[in-house]
Write a protein that binds this ligand. Sequence first.
Ligand code: NAD
Ligand code: TYD
Length: 343
Amino acid sequence: MPDPHTPCQRILVTGAAGFIGNAFLRRVLSKRPDASVCTFDALTYAGHEENLEDLPGAERHTFIQGDVADAAAVRKAIASFAPDAVVNFAAETHVDRSILDAEPFLRTNVFGTQVLLEACRAADIRLICISTDEVYGSLEAPLEADTDCALAPRNPYAATKAAGDLLAQAAFITHGQDVIITRSTNNYGPRQTPEKLVPLMILRARAGASLPVYGDGTHVRDWLHVDDHSDGILAALERGKAGALYHFSGSNEQSTLGIVRAVLDAVGPTGARIEHVRDRPGHDRRYQLDVSTTHAALGWAPIVPFAAGLASAVAWYLDNDAWSRATAGEDLRTFLEANYAGR
Ligand code: NAD
Ligand code: TYD
């Protein structure tokens, strides 16, 4: 087992062409000048080659296109890059897509996690499994899920993330494997596929289009800047204990309507209007995490103030029109049509 206090020199980051993995990749390349990082990503609709351009320390980055559910491809990547650790961000991540078709979620989030667990165990390297507050299900205010809370996922996405987490926990208990699970609340920041609330609303607001709010818009999420989350994951990678579970929250609860109004204010007047549409089936009312054990263990706390973080995220999407056009492909258009049809 590697010494958890030695910074990793070679990190394989799965899913780093997506939103959070990419922020983490950039964070590691800029904060750890001795580290080499390899991105392993299938480039699904949510993985964007554009995200792998203009990386800080690009000479220390390599890319392998591959599927985490393909055991031979994963083993080959580990053999050729020889990482000290793997951080797994590769996932199917959108609740609305999981409601339309759960199958890819099972393949990547459950089977893919098991493939990574086995490959990392064979190579005797640490695996960090990135997970979500959604595994605890919907919580009434002011409840917060602590790290002992029972899992109670309520949508197919959350159920597959919970299954992946249970496999990771089982690998630690059964094999003593060096595996860590991290769970966070909703992230916001640059380079998020514009199917999720924040970038979708920014781009629709800019276009003067309707802003589809599910149901009454009083559903609550906690919002954490993706750079704060990345710093927490880096702390878990470098200082975390094998078998531990860490929670990351922004301690910043907002309703959907609150977020959409803040986005509208930041984008400025374009004629865009909020439109209440039929609610998401099984829509969880609220998630929140207790972060006290993580603060104590890792000394991590979020530092990006929400107003400043949201303003900079809005500015990023408005300034990076080419990115928005490149990432809004045919698949995204087809999904959005299917998702909003009949709402
Ligand atoms: P994302 O959808 O933006 O990106 C997922 C990435 O994984 C993409 O690059 C995609 O190409 C890649 N990928 C998908 N299937 C793959 C496969 N089979 N093999 C290899 N690569 C594959 O996701 P995200 O929002 O960055 O989320 C990353 C992780 O963080 C996920 O595990 C998610 O559950 C978790 N998480 C996300 C949030 C959030 O607010 N976005 C909050 C908490 C936890
Ligand atoms: P989302 O970004 O899909 O994240 P999650 O459901 O995983 O938390 O959605 C965040 C919240 O915004 C959630 O309560 C659903 C709501 N929402 C809308 O009201 N309209 C939309 O078009 C989308 C995508 C989400």
